[in-house]
Design a protein around this ligand. Structure first.
Ligand SMILES: Nc1ncnc2c1ncn2[C@@H]1O[C@H](COP(=O)(O)OP(=O)(O)OP(=O)(O)O)[C@@H](O)[C@H]1O
Length: 256
């Protein structure tokens, strides 16, 4: 399997109350084509800071982010990454879904002559073709989130960063979005997913990175993490949630 994302000794130091602290402290990992890797850890563990540095929104204090062999911070031409942060913001409400995507296709460096075809392709992937010409201000939360995913897919980036992609969505819409995420990985995308929803991680993650206090505490498949937690029941297997709760106290920052 080829490595699409390679994170090497990544570090981010912030200042808080006049003191420096490592929000992300020497993190290294890879994500391969077709793989879904999930960052799991408590609030403040450093997940969003990590994703922001990979996405190019935040400059690392040190370390490297290599995407398809290109160093994110040393290459003049930035490697393509699709980012889904979600939420209500980010679109022009009075413009249609298609017009929004045409605008973002330009930013994603899609050649002008292919922009319409590309916008229609990504709308189809997230099943929004029927509402392509509807104004985004009339979209439900779930439709907006699918549009966020469509936007991230413009230009077919090899790496997708999904930060809590189903947060605040109902069960039915969350299930639909998970189906889309799974399909994207099956089609070869490398996906880094942060989520606090254990069932989401259980159903999607090929590998979990358990992160606490800015460091990777341990990693493995869902089954491996459950095994490492040493939670046992006589009558049934332990769930990821039970295992995570058993490990969670060790993930907290000592100064908190
Ligand atoms: N711009 C900033 N300046 C100072 N400290 C920051 C900044 N951004 C984040 N932090 C701190 O860095 C630490 C890691 O934050 P981060 O948002 O990466 O955690 P997280 O794992 O994504 O948490 P959550 O699950 O709540 O989203 C936290 O202690 C946070 O308060």
């Amino acid at each position: 399997m080829s490595s699409v994302l390679s994170v090497k000794k990544l570090r981010k130091v912030f200042e808080s109350n006049g003191k420096e602290f490592d929000a992300v402290d020497d993190i290294s990992f890879d994500v391969h084509a077709g793989e879904i890797v999930s960052l799991l850890g408590p609030n403040g563990a450093g997940k969003t800071t990590t994703v922001s540095m990979i996405g190019g929104y935040l400059l690392p204090t040190s370390g490297e982010v290599v995407i398809n062999g290109k160093n994110r911070y040393k290459n003049k031409i930035k490697p393509k990454v699709g980012v889904v942060l979600g939420g209500e913001l980010g679109f022009y409400g009075r413009a249609t879904a298609l017009d929004n995507l045409l605008f973002f296709a330009d930013l994603a460096r899609v050649p002008r002559r292919q922009q319409r075809q590309e916008a229609l392709r990504v709308l189809d992937l997230v099943e929004l073709t029927d509402v392509a010409n509807k104004k985004v201000q009339f979209f439900s939360k779930g439709m907006k989130q699918r549009l966020h995913i469509a936007r991230a897919l413009l230009g077919n980036p090899p790496l997708l960063l999904l930060d809590e992609p189903t947060s605040g969505l109902d069960v039915e819409i969350s299930t639909e979005i998970r189906k889309i995420i799974k399909q994207l990985a099956d089609q070869g995308a490398a996906i880094l997913l942060t989520s606090h929803t254990m069932s989401e991680i259980e159903s999607l993650a090929d590998r979990i990175l358990l992160i606490g206090a800015g460091k990777i505490f341990t990693s493995g498949t869902v089954a491996e993490i459950i095994k490492q937690s040493d939670v046992h029941h006589i009558d049934r297997p332990a769930t990821l949630e039970e295992s995570y709760l058993a490990i969670a106290p060790q993930l907290r920052r000592s100064e908190q």
